[in-house]
Design a protein around this ligand. Structure first.
Ligand code: AMP
Length: 355
């Protein structure tokens, strides 16, 4: 959608009655909670009735529900949603349920820059972006015959690490690979994982200053992945593999974490170069994003993925994190998004943060 279209749509919006909407899943409780705290009306888009679940969390419950038969149907209701002055907050499940093409077509003002989708979903382009910014990514192994160290094999489009496996030799790779699926092979980086949640505002200058706007560090998490994270309760991975039991990388939850303070300058430098490069490549990544990293024993960061919107790893911090507490008490990512919309609305800059 062009800036002109957005401007046209916003011109018809009642700016005093903006409604924050998202799909009822992923990080929606936090998004609704944050929007309510900032005085917005909220709308939960869902397939089937979800009221029963949200009744259990009154402070995370949207004011209204918008029930659809299928998430892809949202495209048929754009007029209705526009009449409700809706701004969509996309999260990982929102994009997945709608599908990337339909998400791009969706004619409703959406928080963030949709163009980023192209750069994060194509592994080659993601590498051009992140390595071009100066980050170190795990090495890619083009030919499986060259596997001479532990690697992680990733199937394209697999969500939540599903189907990923580890191999240490070509032989192991051959035994496990499903050749009908597209895959890539990455060096398995040894170290500790940190999933770092940033917020970039192109319109406010009250944080870590960039060439345009400023950057915040809101929180960090470590993902809990079944079965890899607890497999050692049964025996060593090598032992289990001999029995044909292979660890999997399916995300089931998120654990709060903080990083040693001496690494924080590097954390900001990484966020900075990612944003600066995004401004150059596609007009900028706007709002929340997450760098998925491994810190090695030499205290070097290797970045294996970027998520360009709110991630579920922010969910432990509905009432603030050890980092966001130093910005404003009780600040969640959901609330920070609502604040950005409120600020841009007041300054007549909504066009700068929506697409
Ligand atoms: P992803 O879908 O790329 O986020 O990967 C799923 C999970 O696999 C991550 O959360 C990590 O636990 C693990 N992982 C992915 N890439 C690597 C890597 N290069 N080295 C070590 N672990 C990795």
């Amino acid at each position: 959608m062009t800036k002109k279209n957005i401007r046209g749509m916003l011109a018809n919006y009642d700016k005093k009655k903006l409604t924050i909407a998202t799909v009822c899943s992923h990080s929606s409780l936090q998004i609704f909670n944050g929007a309510k705290k900032e005085g917005f009306k909220t709308l939960g888009i869902s397939v089937g009735e979800k009221k029963k679940l949200y009744d259990a969390f009154p402070l995370g419950k949207p004011d209204d529900f918008f029930i659809v038969k299928n998430y892809k149907d949202i495209l048929n209701y754009t007029d209705e949603l526009q009449e409700k002055n809706v701004i969509i907050i996309p999260h990982g499940s929102f994009v997945e349920y709608l599908g990337p093409n339909k998400f791009m077509e969706l004619e409703i003002p959406t928080f963030g820059n949709k163009l980023v989708l192209d750069w994060e979903s194509d592994r080659k382009k993601e590498r051009i972006w992140l390595e071009g910014a100066g980050l170190t990514m795990p090495k890619e192994i083009e030919n499986p015959k060259n596997i001479n160290r532990p690697v992680i094999v990733k199937y394209h489009g697999a969500k939540g690490g599903k189907g990923f496996f580890v191999a240490k030799t070509y032989n192991e790779f051959q035994k496990r690979i499903d050749k009908n699926k597209k895959y890539s092979i990455q060096e398995f980086v040894m170290g500790t994982r940190y999933y770092i949640h940033y917020f970039y505002s192109p319109v406010q200058n009250n944080a870590y200053k960039l060439s345009k706007g400023s950057l915040q560090l809101l929180s960090m998490d470590r993902r809990d992945e079944t079965t890899i994270d607890e497999v050692q309760r049964l025996g060593s991975i090598a032992e289990l593999e001999e029995l044909g039991i292979h660890p999997t990388f399916v995300v089931t939850g998120n654990i709060p974490i903080v990083m040693r303070e001496s690494l924080l300058p590097k954390v900001f430098e990484m966020g900075e170069v990612v944003v600066e490069k995004s401004l150059e490549l596609f007009g900028g990544i706007i709002g929340s994003f997450c760098l998925e990293t491994v810190v090695t024993e030499d205290l070097e960061f290797k970045v294996f993925e970027i998520s360009a919107r709110i991630v579920a790893g922010t969910n432990p911090y509905v009432s603030g994190s050890p980092y966001s507490e130093l910005i404003q008490p009780g600040l969640s990512t959901g609330r920070r998004i609502a604040q950005e919309i409120k600020y841009a609305n007041k300054k007549n800059l909504l066009n700068e943060i929506l697409s």
